[in-house]
Ligand binder design. Structure first.
Ligand SMILES: NC(=O)c1ccc[n+]([C@@H]2O[C@H](COP(=O)([O-])OP(=O)(O)OC[C@H]3O[C@@H](n4cnc5c(N)ncnc54)[C@H](O)[C@@H]3O)[C@@H](O)[C@H]2O)c1
Length: 386
């Protein structure tokens, strides 16, 4: 067991707060099983972002050169939270300098980048995690456990969406998320990656996808100017999926879904039961079992508490509630435990994120060609045989 782990983080934007706070709190929450966590260095191409972020969130040093993190001898783990087009270069350099890597989703802005990242990660022998934080959430992990234990019989249908409405406002300025060459996709990549990932975690990998996409606003103004820039991504993608198990599904993503704030929700129908989850009530899981007496059978509301997976480190009493910040503690713990244990079976991992990258590319292609597009490659969501 390592006594201490030294972290470097690349990117000091929106996600830096969640990752930094999770690392700062994890030792106290999981005491005494955690190594001492050292927040060594924060990098950002913007010097003000790097230095202000480091002071605010407790990093010892800041830099504008991410190689001072990926190549540093005083760092063990690199967190990559830059826009999607730079994940591949930074993560690969980190693996090549023997670092463990925790990367934000989607894995890359291109399928070629994701494929290379997964290949280098696999040969590096280092821990490679992807921050599909929603999938690791206690209620969703509990849903996965119920499915694995056969409580709903054979899962035969998945219906899920991730809707937000921050881009429903036409006045929202242009950002990298609206540029296909930087983001690799709009709502389908940004929000779709999470709900596709959850669908695979619960149902297994996807065999093929059909999709329709909409771009609702074709241009946005560059911040602080009257200069328009073209939007080159989708605002909404609605997909039909066929899982490799033969199960059916629909998976929809939009960041322009008026009125929907952080509406990640799904329902799984099985031959002997069903499960429903809504992120806006994320401390509840709804479960129906056909074993129940017909007269009283119905969806029961299970309140998440310390007895459920991933939740024990927080508050024991059911219903006290965990929130967005705790989601990042859960994924940070998976990362740290994988590094400590030398475990090769950590997840969400790069191989799984590559599968999700293939699904996103297939959905984009399906929307363009109005056809079903198959997903190639192995199924990294299949149960392990060893
Ligand atoms: N897991 C989640 O729930 C979740 C939520 C939001 C965002 N994300 C992901 O996190 C990543 C970052 O998103 P964000 O919202 O924090 O973006 P952001 O635009 O707020 O911040 C990105 C930061 O990276 C810096 N940067 C850009 N290129 C860089 C480079 N080459 N080297 C160093 N710094 C660089 C920018 O200056 C900026 O400060 C994206 O991949 C996004 O998809 C994940």
């Amino acid at each position: 067991m390592t006594k201490e782990l030294r972290f470097g983080i690349v990117g000091a934007g929106y996600m830096a707060k969640t990752h930094s706070l999770a690392l700062r709190n994890i030792g106290s929450l999981l005491w005494p099983s955690m190594p001492r966590i050292i927040l060594r260095r924060m990098a950002d191409v913007s010097e003000p972002n790097a230095s202000a972020g480091a002071s605010r969130w407790g990093w010892e040093e800041s830099t504008t050169d991410w190689r001072e993190i990926t190549r540093a001898s005083d760092i063990d783990v690199v967190i990559v939270i830059t826009p999607n087009d730079s994940h591949a270069e930074i993560a690969i350099d980190a693996f090549e300098h023997q670092k463990h890597v925790f990367c934000e989703k989607p894995l890359s802005s291109t399928l070629a980048g994701a494929e290379k990242m997964a290949a280098v990660a696999a040969s590096s022998g280092r821990v490679n995690l992807v921050n599909f934080a929603y999938r690791c959430w206690p209620a969703i992990e509990f849903a996965r456990q119920l499915i694995r234990e056969g409580e709903i019989g054979e899962p035969i249908h998945f219906e899920g969406h991730f809707f937000q409405d921050y881009a429903a406002d036409p006045e929202l300025p242009f950002s990298w998320r609206f540029d296909q060459s930087v983001s690799g996709g709009g709502a389908v990549a940004d929000l779709g990656s999470h709900i596709f990932d959850i669908s695979c975690a619960l149902m297994g990998g996807i065999a093929s996808v059909a999709a329709q996409s909409r771009r609702i606003y074709s241009e946005r103004l560059v911040v602080g100017t009257v200069q328009p820039r073209p939007v080159t991504v989708d605002d909404l993608t609605a997909s039909l999926v066929q899982f490799r198990s033969g199960a059916t599904g629909s998976v929809h993503a939009s960041w322009a879904a008026t009125g929907h704030k952080s509406d990640l929700a799904f329902s799984v129908v099985g031959t002997k039961g069903a499960i429903e989850f809504h992120w806006e009530r994320n401390n509840e899981l709804h479960f129906y079992s056909s074993k129940d007496d017909k007269k009283t059978a119905g969806f029961r509301r299970i309140m998440i508490g310390g007895m459920h997976p991933e939740a024990g480190a927080f508050w024991q009493a059911q219903g006290q509630g965990l929130g967005y910040g705790e989601a990042f503690v859960v994924t940070a713990r998976r990362l740290i435990q994988a590094v400590q244990a030398g475990d090769r079976h950590f997840e969400p991992n790069f191989a799984q994120a590559l599968h999700i990258g293939r699904v996103i590319e297939a959905a984009k292609q399906a929307a363009e060609t109005n056809s079903w597009v198959p997903i190639t490659g192995p199924d990294p969501f299949a149960p392990r045989t060893e």
